[in-house]
Ligand binder design. Structure first.
Ligand code: PLP
Length: 377
C-alpha cells in the first residue's frame, strides 16, 4: 500500500526538481557533443520514475533508460514520446508489449531478435534495437568473438532497425582505467570489425556517470548517466569534477521521546543496552521502508541540527535513536535521515558506508510506501 501525502505519514522523501534539472544541465554541458540518455531505472533510483522521466526530458535529456518493460510502459502511458531504452534484456514473451509501446530493446540473444522481428511484422511496425556487446562485465552482451556470426543471423531479420550498439564497463566506477581502456578498445575494434562486414550501427555508446564525468574521450555519440542525475557521483574522487546537488531529502518526525535508566535493553534482542540515563526517540521508518537493517547500531540521523546515533536493531517500521546529548528534543520534532538540517548534512554516500552498501542501493531501496513530495523550486 502506498501512503499518500494527505494522510500525513510523518516520513517523506522530498524531491528537489530544481536540483535534478540543474544536475542534468551541468552533465549536458560537461558532455557537449554527446546526446543524453537519462537512466531512471529502478524507480529513478527511488525518486519516482514518471516525475523524474518528465523532468529529465523537460531539462533536455534526449532519451530515457529503464530496466523493466513495466517502467517503460508507465512512462509511455504518461505521455512521454522520447526513445525509451530497456537497458537489461527482456524475455521473448515481452516482445509484443515492448513493440506496442515503441520501446528500444537491447538485444544479445538470437531467440529474442527473431521473436522481435516476428512480432514487429505481426504489428506492421519496425522494432528499434541496440546490440549489446560484452567487453568485460560478463553480464549481458554478445562476445566480440561471436559477434560477426551473431549479426549474420540477426542483422537482416525483417522489421528490425539496428539503431545502436553499446557496452557497459565493469570497472569504470573503481577508476581502473587500464581495464576500462582495454574494454573501450575492444568495443571500438568490434564496431570497426562489424562495419567492415557491412553491419552498421549509427549510435554508439559506452558510459554511465563515471565516464560522463571523467572520460570525455569515451563519450562517443551518447552518455548514459544514472546516479549522477540524482546528485551523487559513483566514487568520491569524482565529486570535484562537477558540483552536483543531491535531489532527495528523507525526513520524518519523532513519534516518542523518553528517558531510560542505565542498563535498559533497547529494541528486539536488546542489541543495545543503555550505559547511563539516556534519552531515546522513535522514528517511524524501518527496513520495511527500505531503510537498511544493516544501519542498526551504526547509522545516524539529524535532530535539531545535531547527529543522533541509531541504537538497537532497526525493525520493519521503526528505528530508535539516542538523543541524550541534544537539548530540548520534543515529540514531533523533525528528523532528517538524508539531507541537511542546520549546519549538518548526511549524504547517501555516508549512509552507504555505515550499511556496507553503495549509493544506488541506499536510494533505490526506499519503497513506494514513503510518499514522495515533489518540490518545484
Ligand atoms: C545503470 C546503468 C547506467 C547508469 O549507471 P550510473 O553508474 O548510475 O550512471 C548506464 N548504463 C547501463 C547499461 C546501466 O545499466
Amino acid at each position: 500500500m502506498q501512503h499518500t501525502l494527505v494522510y500525513h505519514h510523518p516520513t517523506i522523501a522530498e524531491i528537489s526538481m530544481a536540483a535534478f534539472s540543474e544536475n542534468i544541465c551541468k552533465l549536458k554541458e560537461h558532455a557537449p557533443r554527446a546526446s543524453m540518455l537519462a537512466v531512471i531505472k529502478t524507480n529513478a533510483y527511488g525518486h519516482g520514475v514518471v516525475p523524474m522521466g518528465e523532468a529529465a526530458v523537460a531539462s533536455g535529456a534526449e532519451r530515457l533508460g529503464v530496466t523493466t518493460v513495466e517502467e517503460g510502459v508507465m512512462l509511455r502511458e504518461h505521455g512521454l514520446l522520447v526513445p525509451i531504452h530497456i537497458l537489461s534484456s527482456i524475455v521473448p514473451e515481452q516482445a509484443e508489449v515492448a513493440i506496442t509501446y515503441d520501446l528500444t530493446i537491447s538485444v544479445s540473444s538470437v531467440t529474442l531478435a527473431k521473436r522481435l522481428s516476428d512480432e514487429a511484422i505481426h504489428q506492421a511496425k519496425i522494432a528499434i534495437v541496440h546490440l549489446k556487446v560484452d567487453t568485460g562485465l560478463h553480464r549481458f552482451g554478445v562476445e566480440p568473438k561471436q559477434i560477426t556470426s551473431f549479426c549474420k543471423t540477426t542483422y537482416h531479420l525483417p522489421n528490425l532497425e539496428w539503431e545502436g550498439i553499446y557496452t557497459h564497463f565493469s570497472r569504470a566506477d573503481d577508476g581502473d582505467w587500464e581495464q576500462t581502456e582495454k574494454e573501450f578498445a575492444l568495443f571500438q575494434q568490434t564496431v570497426i570489425q562489424l562495419q567492415q562486414s557491412g553491419y552498421h550501427f549509427p549510435l554508439q555508446h559506452a558510459g554511465g556517470s563515471s565516464i560522463t564525468l571523467e572520460r570525455k574521450d569515451m563519450h562517443l555519440d551518447m552518455v548514459r548517466p544514472g546516479v549522477a542525475l540524482f546528485g551523487y557521483t559513483p566514487d568520491i574522487r569524482q565529486e570535484k569534477k562537477l558540483s552536483l546537488k543531491p535531489v532527495m531529502t528523507l525526513k520524518s518526525r519523532l513519534l516518542q521521546v523518553r528517558e531510560i535508566p542505565p542498563g535498559t535493553p533497547v529494541g528486539y534482542s536488546g542489541s543495545y543496552v543503555s550505559s547511563s540515563v539516556e534519552k531515546i526517540a522513535v522514528v517511524p521508518i524501518g527496513h520495511g521502508d527500505g531503510y537498511k537493517r544493516a544501519l542498526s547500531n551504526k547509522g545516524e540521523m539529524l535532530v535539531r541540527g545535531k547527529r543522533a546515533k541509531i541504537i538497537g536493531t532497526i525493525s520493519l517500521d521503526q528505528t530508535l535513536i539516542n538523543v541524550t546529548d541534544i537539548s530540548d528534543v520534543k515529540e514531533g520534532d523533525e528528523v532528517v535521515l538524508l539531507g541537511e538540517q542546520g549546519k549538518e548534512r548526511i549524504g547517501a554516500r555516508e549512509i552507504a558506508k555505515w550499511a556496507g552498501s553503495n549509493i544506488d542501493e541506499i536510494l533505490a531501496s526506499l519503497t513506494e510506501r514513503i510518499p514522495r513530495k515533489y518540490i518545484e523550486n
